[in-house]
Design a protein around this ligand. Structure first.
Ligand SMILES: Cc1cc2nc3c(=O)[nH]c(=O)nc-3n(C[C@H](O)[C@H](O)[C@H](O)COP(=O)(O)O)c2cc1C
Length: 480
């Protein structure tokens, strides 16, 4: 009992902090809040049949004592359900997956009153956010190569986010070929012009009041990295993240921390909140790095959070949770926001250990109902939407098309057989007629022949003056 007391006291302290020391992403000393600090309130959360426990906000760690620990932007893995789960486990801020600015331009904003989510839709779903449950801690990351499209996209999404981040580190060809991501590190004037345009048009001193940030990778030398960071800080940005790898480095190569201390200092002096990224394993690891390099911001986690988002939970609050508990929490959240099944499955397969039997079984699941059955959960995902993954839908559509083609072919064959039958009948009839006709013709021919014989005989007779009485010109009627 005595051993329990300190932890009870600690829990009570944290409980008090949760109400009195709430810190949102915009509270940092550098920038005034972009939006009023807003913890999701019970009334914000749409009524669903998900347990209150699953949707409860995370325990708030007093950020004055600790550095922030945030979810990295991740294409696919950083969709809405994963962001909400990371927040549940204590992430201080969540970055969304890189979304290309041009894909957002022209989108329609559609609210879903059942889930509380908003969808940005063009030909399909481009982006889903859930403002009541994440807005105060959500940063939208965009892929962009030009100031005007970046600003246009930022204005479209502004009302549903608490910050706009520019991806200037992605080395993948789909980003770089269009001049986005790491390509911007080779065209620094362009990167600076994009950030300046965002700051001037949607930044903190505009009616949009959004903090602007950038995520970069290391340049080849520490000096080049520091020079870049110095220039970036002069654009008026509020936050900067340094992924401690150069663009050509593979994710498995260990992060390089040589430039960290200098970058942290440059940002601190410029009043820019700095986040370190690369190989951070969880909340406790993050605090060590933050302390070691005197970082006035926090640490960003990608791969470790993708595998188990409870890495945001400090050890003194229980640390990492068992994967079964995590995937159950994930499913409850995924169903509550009608997360697309393909993304749900992708995220689950990242969280379930590859060697576990469930991994194999899950990889074959096609619908929410399949997954819930495997996991022994009640399925609350609407049945009419539970059509399976896009692949399943494509396969099913192809099967339906094939079946239709088969049916049409069978119909055609039936018609052809009918036609052939009728034709054969007609031909048989014709043959009969022809035979009868030919018999008749033979008879007629015979008769004609006999007539012509008679005619010839008459002519012969005429020639021999054995004509019947009358003029010579009078035609002679053959006697038939
Ligand atoms: C699946 C996946 C998707 C990613 N997508 C993005 C992205 O959209 N934007 C971005 O800036 N970085 C992206 N990254 C890079 C991460 O944000 C992060 O910088 C990198 O993984 C290093 O962090 P880590 O060592 O904690 O994994 C992605 C990484 C992963 C694993």
């Amino acid at each position: 009992m005595n051993r329990l007391l300190p932890s009870v006291r600690q829990a009570l302290r944290l409980h008090r902090f949760r109400y009195y020391a709430t810190m949102t992403m915009t509270d940092h000393a550098i920038a005034p809040p972009a939006v009023p600090p807003h913890e999701p309130q019970p009334e914000d959360i749409p009524a669903t049949n998900i347990s209150a426990e699953a949707l409860a906000p995370a325990p708030v760690i007093p950020a004055t004592e600790y550095g922030k620990v945030v979810l990295a932007p991740m294409v696919r893995s950083g969709q809405l359900a994963m962001r909400l789960l990371s927040l549940k486990y204590g992430a201080d801020i969540v970055w969304g997956p890189e979304t290309i600015d041009k894909s957002l331009i022209g989108c329609e904003r559609v609210e879903n009153p059942t889930t509380g989510c908003v969808d940005y839709v063009r030909t399909g779903l481009i982006f889903r956010a859930c403002p009541p449950r994440e807005k105060s801690k959500f940063i939208f990351q965009m892929g962009t190569a030009a100031p005007d499209t970046a600003v246009a996209a930022a204005k479209i999404i502004a009302q549903d986010v608490s910050g706009i981040d520019v991806n200037s580190g992605c080395p993948k060809p789909f980003s770089t070929h269009a001049g986005m991501g790491a390509a911007l590190l080779k065209d620094i004037p362009r990167l600076l012009s994009i950030l300046t345009a965002l700051v001037e048009n949607v930044g903190l001193s505009t009616p949009y009041a959004l903090p602007i940030s950038v995520k970069i990778r290391l340049l080849p030398t520490v000096e080049e990295t520091h020079a870049l960071v110095t220039s970036l800080c002069k654009t008026g940005i509020s936050k900067l993240t340094l992924h401690c790898r150069t663009p050509p480095m593979r994710p498995r190569e260990p992060a390089i921390r040589d430039a960290l201390a200098g970058t942290a200092k440059i940002c601190k002096d410029a009043g820019v909140e700095f986040f370190v990224n690369g190989d951070i394993k969880g909340w406790d690891d993050a605090q060590e790095v933050i302390k070691e390099y005197d970082i006035q911001g926090g640490a960003m986690i990608a791969v470790a959070a993708e595998a188990n988002p409870s890495c945001f939970n400090p050890n003194h609050l229980g640390g990492l949770k068992p994967w079964r508990e995590v995937v159950t929490d994930f499913m409850l959240i995924a169903m509550s926001v009608e997360n697309p099944i393909s993304n749900t499955k992708f995220c689950l397969l990242n969280m379930v250990p590859g060697k576990n039997q469930m991994h194999k079984v899950l990889s074959r699941a096609k619908t929410y109902r399949d997954i819930c059955e495997i996991m022994g959960l009640e399925c609350t995902y609407p049945e009419e939407l539970d059509l399976g993954t896009l692949k399943t839908q494509r396969v099913r559509a192809q099967e339906e098309k094939d079946a239709q083609i088969q049916a049409e072919r069978a119909e055609r064959q039936k018609k052809l057989a009918e036609f052939k039958r009728k034709k054969a009948e007609a031909e048989a009839g014709e043959q009969k007629d022809a035979e009868e006709g030919s018999n008749k013709r033979i008879k007629v021919d015979a008769e004609e022949r006999s007539n012509s014989t008679t005619g010839a005989a008459v002519a012969e007779l005429a020639a021999t003056d054995m004509l019947l009485p009358g003029s010579a010109a009078e035609p002679v009627q053959a006697v038939v």
